[in-house]
Design a protein around this ligand. Structure first.
Ligand code: URA
Length: 195
């Protein structure tokens, strides 16, 4: 039987492989199971933990606006996170928590098979390109494999805390539109990690 996103969601409910399960609700990604574009954030926040859905708080509202600005809606894309539970007090997830939760993200990627993966912020970027910084690569499509391009974008929450990033974030989305339309080419980067 092929694994589906519904199977994953069901299995995640009883998974105890990350200590965060003791203090938070599991939040799997959601969206189009055949999406061309997948967005990957860091970890659920308070609202996401309450509702059990990714990007439904303030950062999610900004993400929705940015998607609309380039003619996309949530139903067109798939949205997930590196870590599947809210870290207490919204602290950064630890390297151990990211590693423990990673199999879920890998299974989501294997099921959806997106052509473009947009890491939102440094935690998701670090999975694919551990040595690159968001400041230097945001808005730049980078070839991961023949089939997949990584398109790093600032995390929407960063722009909520630091309004000066807002323009850069909007520009990242405009460039994503150009890439999807075939008017912006990806560059090859040495030594990425496989998805
Ligand atoms: N920030 C994230 O990284 N993910 C969410 O789902 C919400 C806020």
């Amino acid at each position: 039987m092929d694994m589906t996103l519904d199977h994953l969601r069901e299995k995640l409910l009883s998974w105890k492989g990350c200590e965060l399960h003791k203090s938070a609700k599991p939040v799997l990604g959601e969206g189009n199971p055949a999406a061309e574009v997948m967005f990957i954030g860091e970890a659920p926040g308070q609202k996401e933990d309450e509702l059990g859905r990714p990007f439904v708080g303030p950062a999610g509202q900004l993400l929705d606006e940015l998607l609309h600005s380039i003619g996309l809606q949530r139903k067109d894309v798939y949205i997930s996170n590196v870590v599947k539970y809210r870290p207490p007090g919204n602290r950064d997830p630890t390297p151990e928590e990211k590693e423990q939760c990673m199999p879920w993200l890998k299974m989501e990627i294997a099921i959806v098979r997106p052509r473009v993966i947009c890491p939102l912020g440094r935690h998701a970027l670090g999975h694919f390109f551990p040595t690159l910084s968001m400041t230097t690569v945001h808005g730049k499509p980078m070839t991961l494999t023949d089939a997949v391009t990584i398109f790093p974008i600032y995390h929407p929450a960063a722009a909520l805390h630091n309004p000066s990033l807002r323009t850069a974030l909007a520009e990242d989305f405009r460039r994503l539109r150009q890439f999807l339309d075939g008017t912006l080419a990806a560059v090859a980067i040495a030594k990425p990690l496989a998805p």
